[in-house]
Design a protein around this ligand. Structure first.
Ligand code: SAM
Ligand code: SF4
Length: 325
């Protein structure tokens, strides 16, 4: 059984970051001049990451998402995923990627036992892609998505909606869910790096839904327990699903089912809290008992909610790539 935190929330989900490195430089994720890279010595070995995953499953977590940085840029990732997929009791092994390397790697990911992919895609326009990601890789991402579909992956596309940058593409993205069995999720921009005037970028979920309703009838889907933060909708006749995720305007902290571990072994109960537990000590002492205790403590001390709204935020600026989003 998954553990339950003191607020009564069932915690069944670990987001495990394997690297802070990335082959893109998304403007909402990292500052233009990049981030101070952690050294190879600080990044946990696959052996240590595996031990954390096993300890998480031992306390009842049944879903692990591999994230980063860009998880597919870390050497040896396929072998690591194969190992994870074999952990008894792990129900779902899923991965979040920017899609740049998917064309080459979709087949291996499938064979390794990854069940689903979340692919981050914020625009269908090459210039806007280059503006957001500071790289010119849209073609590769689109080819990667096609390859993942060809290998039978159920696809979720995650679009971070930003006013004045890509919000005019909301309906184009919704159309993708009408053409194929793709889940398209619209995510409110979060002020992680605290950009100047970030408030101007947030398009609240209510506005996203209003814009979608101009063209489509949205039928709400029932929210399954521990299913995650999206409010999901079906469009009559469409094979895909539309989801809206509103971490800023309408937080879902009371239903939050996750903990996070960074690539340097920092375990966190909340993306926006400074509080963290360093797992390196337990790893160093080679003690699985200490490791499971540390993870249990993260769950026991998981903050009630974050303090961010569409007008203000109080956290220290951080790059999502250092935590895993
Ligand atoms: N590189 C991979 C990718 O982009 O999918 C995985 C890591 S990325 C940090 C994980 C997710 O965080 C992505 O879907 C990304 O769009 C999202 N993300 C990063 N910064 C964000 C922000 N400021 N607001 C909302 N989502 C953000
Ligand atoms: Fe890289 Fe993902 Fe951050 Fe973009 S959102 S810079 S792809 S880690």
């Amino acid at each position: 059984m998954p553990p339950v935190d003191p607020q009564g929330r069932t915690i069944n989900y670990l987001r495990l970051s394997v690297t802070d490195r990335c082959n893109l430089r998304c403007s909402y994720c990292m500052p233009e001049n990049g981030i101070s890279k952690i050294t190879h010595n600080e990044v946990l070995s696959y052996e240590d990451l595996y031990r954390i995953a096993r300890a998480a499953v031992a306390i009842g977590i049944d879903k692990i998402r591999i994230t980063g940085g860009e998880p597919l840029v870390r050497k040896g990732i396929i072998g690591f995923l194969q190992q994870l997929a074999d952990i008894p009791g792990l129900g779902q092994l899923v991965l979040t990627t920017n899609g740049v390397l998917l064309e080459e790697m979709a087949a291996e990911l499938r064979a390794a036992g990854v069940k689903r992919l979340n692919i981050s895609l914020d625009t269908l326009n090459p210039e806007t892609f280059a503006r957001i990601s500071r790289c010119d890789s849209l073609k590769r991402v689109l080819a990667g998505i096609q390859m993942a579909k060809d290998y039978g992956f159920p696809i979720k596309l995650n679009m971070v909606v930003m006013r004045g940058i890509n919000d005019h593409e909301i309906l184009d993205f919704a159309e993708l869910a009408t053409n194929s069995a793709t889940t398209v999720r619209f995510i409110e921009y979060m002020p992680a790096i605290r950009e100047y005037n970030w408030q101007g970028l947030v398009v609240p979920g209510t506005e996203i839904l209003k814009r979608l309703a101009q063209r489509y009838t949205l039928l709400p889907l029932e929210h399954a327990e521990a299913a995650g933060p999206a409010r999901n909708f079906r469009i009559p006749g469409a094979p895909g699903i539309i989801g809206v995720i509103t971490p800023v305007s309408h937080h879902f902290c009371s239903e939050c089912n996750r903990i996070r571990v960074t690539a340097t072994g920092q375990a966190k109960g909340c993306l926006f809290s400074e509080s963290r537990i360093d797992l390196k000590q337990s790893l160093h002492e080679n003690s699985d008992v200490l490791l499971t205790r540390a993870l249990a403590e993260v769950i026991d001390t998981k903050p009630l909610q974050h303090q961010m709204s569409t007008e203000e935020c109080h956290h220290q600026a951080f790059s999502m790539s250092s935590i895993g989003g």
